[in-house]
Ligand binder design. Structure first.
Ligand code: MLC
Ligand code: AMP
Length: 512
């Protein structure tokens, strides 16, 4: 039934119909057959709402099986899935909907009144964490069965927005083959089979939880422990009997904080995978000492899915992101010159995983995607003699906080727009729980302005994970002779702001 649809055909091929696809706390288990039947009903609803091939379906909903069915249903209906972080404020959602002009918008029932005016001419449905809402009502009213829309390898399947260095988010366009090829490679590289039981505690609005975890599970026909979010208790409960976990480094540091994490509890596990942010070698070592497992670290991004991975069978080298995945080419560049082996430069990648460009931003696409297909990642690294890649920094001004990316420019623009602010500089500093935390150095024109005033002004403008965890007032920003703000100096000044021995303390106070 899905033959003519490149991605749907592949995602539906491996799971045995009667097999349980997902177990979930407080909600019933769901089989592969039920997963796809629900997805077909949703595809029917979308088609009935006028969704034509290539139309966007913008989705800001809590994690649920129905949300996964919405992803699959969108692909089946020939649409382009556009997931949005649930933390985004109305102001942020407004930008995405204006930019992407979706045909259908799906939001949480609790935010319907707020999102409806932003949805414009799009058809609006609601979907709650428990599966309730107008989308499920419409789906239940339909007959099962849907003839998937014909879509080829190069047609778009998804647009994922990534923040931009200029402050304007860019929609990364991913084709059916971008997604299928990468997930097939990962399934094989990581040896996923129907016998696996993957603990899924990541959000499903980003590459990691949606395309890496979900697509790999579907393509291997394995089962998921589908958890609504990260919860150390739930993960530790799920671990006996499970075989794999995928997470950001914060997952691993938080689990290490729990004495219930033991070798015995991890006895059935075969694979712990980390990515989206750098995993400290110390975390890798502590994990091995506690559980006997060496975490497998891999490296990817929204525009490319996964690029490199430590090996399943060979040496998993702490502090490295492993070797280029089969079919992915990787080189280290200094501008237009490839550097000598072992030297540091900007990482570029090419392969079937590399995206189709940024939605309606040809000039941004041209800046980062070379005409011959090499994508300039903005990450800095080197390749050692036996092919392992180490990431040493970022050429792009970006903070990764708990696996979420924050572009300082976006935060600075919002702070600078507040009355009484002269200027600001936003940087990331080490944080014991989140890896990096966003902080702001601010110069006031109005000395009465407090840090709380700034926090209040940002409240409805920026998602909370982008809001500074500390605000410091300065008489002026440090600048070099060219007048450029010296962010490295700020990072050094505030490197110890979050006491590394005081894990989990995220609020050192916004101002002083
Ligand atoms: C939550 N908060 C954060 C935050 N997450 N602040 C900064 N950075 C974050 N990442 C804030 C909330 O706004 C809230 O603030 C408070 O922390 C508690 O919220 P919570 O929802 O209870 O947080 P928690 O469940 O502890 O979440 C932390 C987390 C989560 C690390 C588990 O952020 C997470 O699941 N991150 C994964 C992100 C991810 O999937 N990245 C992949 C991107 S794809 P307040 O002030 O209201 O108390 C990619 C490509 C690749 O990068 O290679 O994979
Ligand atoms: P995103 O735009 O959310 O897809 O984030 C992608 C970025 O996350 C990459 O460009 C890297 O900077 C970073 N990243 C992903 N995986 C790793 C990793 N294993 N180590 C270091 N950085 C990583």
């Amino acid at each position: 039934m899905y033959d003519g649809n490149h991605l749907a055909h592949r995602l539906a091929a491996a799971g045995a119909p009667d097999k349980v696809f997902a177990t979930q706390p407080a909600r019933p288990d769901i089989t592969y057959a039920a997963l796809f039947e629900g997805a077909e009903r949703i595809a029917g609803v979308l088609a009935g709402a006028g969704l034509a091939a290539g139309d966007r379906v913008a989705v800001q909903v809590e994690k649920s099986i129905e949300a996964l069915q919405l992803y699959l249903g969108t692909v089946m209906a020939g649409g382009v899935f556009l997931p949005l972080n649930t933390a985004y404020t109305g102001a942020e959602v407004d930008y995405f909907l204006t930019d992407a002009t979706p045909r259908v918008v799906v939001c949480d029932p609790a935010r319907e009144a707020e999102i409806a005016p932003l949805a414009g001419n799009a058809r609006l449905f609601t979907l709650g964490a428990d599966g309730s809402g107008t989308l499920s009502q419409a789906a239940e009213a339909r007959e099962p069965g849907f003839e998937a829309a014909a879509r080829g390898a190069d047609d778009l399947a998804a647009i994922l927005y990534t923040s931009g260095t200029t402050g304007r988010s860019k929609g990364a366009m991913l084709s059916h083959a971008n997604l299928s090829s990468n997930s097939e490679v990962l399934r094989d590289f990581w040896r996923f089979t129907p016998d696996d039981v993957l603990i899924h505690a990541l959000p499903i609005f980003h590459t990691h939880g949606l395309f890496v975890a979900t697509n790999v599970a579907l393509l291997s026909g394995c089962a998921l422990h589908f958890l609504p979010k990260f919860d150390a208790d739930a993960i530790l409960d799920a671990m006996p009997g499970a075989t794999a976990l995928m997470g950001v480094p914060t997952f691993y540091t938080r689990l290490l904080d729990d004495p219930r994490l033991t070798r015995e509890r991890a006895a059935s596990m075969r694979l712990f995978i980390s990515g989206s942010a750098p995993l400290l070698a110390a975390t890798h070592e502590a994990w091995e000492a506690r559980t006997g497992h060496r975490i497998l670290e891999r490296y990817g991004m929204t525009e490319t899915n996964m690029n490199t991975s430590n090996p399943h069978d060979g040496e998993r080298r702490a502090g490295t992101v492993g070797v280029p995945l089969p079919g992915v080419k990787l080189r280290i560049m200094d501008g237009d010159r490839e550097v000598a082996q072992g030297e540091i430069g900007v990482i570029e990648v090419r392969g079937p995983n590399v995206f189709q460009g940024y939605w309606q931003m040809p000039e941004k696409t041209a800046e980062e995607l070379r005409p011959d297909g090499w994508f300039i990642t903005g990450d800095q690294g080197f390749i050692d003699a036996d092919g392992y890649v180490t990431i040493v920094g970022r050429a792009k001004d970006m903070v990764i906080s708990g696996g979420f990316n924050v572009y300082p420019k976006e935060v600075e623009t919002e702070i600078d727009a507040i009355d009484g602010i002269s200027e600001s500089a936003v940087v990331g500093v080490p944080h014991p729980d989140l890896g990096e935390a966003v902080i702001a150095a601010v110069v006031r024109a109005d000395a009465r302005l407090t840090a709380d005033d700034i926090a209040a002004a940002l409240e409805n403008r920026l998602a909370r994970f982008k809001q500074p965890k500390a605000i410091r007032f300065l008489p002026e920003l440090p600048r070099n002779t060219m007048g450029k703000v010296q962010k490295a100096a700020l990072r050094a000044d505030y490197a110890d702001l979050f006491d590394r021995s005081d894990r989990g303390s995220t609020q050192p106070g916004r101002g002083k």
